[in-house]
Design a protein. Sequence first.
Length: 126
Amino acid sequence: MRGVFRYTGEQGALGKRKDTAYTLSGRFAPTGPLDCELGYQNMKAKNAGVNGAGNVLNAFANASAVKAVATGSRGTVYGSVFYHFDKITEVYVAADYLKLKDGYKFGATNGAPSQTEFGVGLRTRF
């Protein structure tokens, strides 16, 4: 799968913000109980309003009180592996890696330029 997102927004005295984002993802599900997913997402913000901590605001956030802007991008690689015991119960492993570039700050990284997440789980449908 793939997708593209473009956004342009006026930010008053700080000018126009332009965002471009895209995703690419795929799923490999051979016959049997195992399937795998892998994807990549990139978000580039140009002249984007930032909050008081310097974090880039989401594209549709209210930027009327913004006093500063930033330009940069964030890229995320993500993947998961599922093992299906039956039609209602499965276990999974999921992970992602986020990398910030060129002055893009994101609050979830607590000031770090990158972040790695890892999770395991058991899911039962009712």
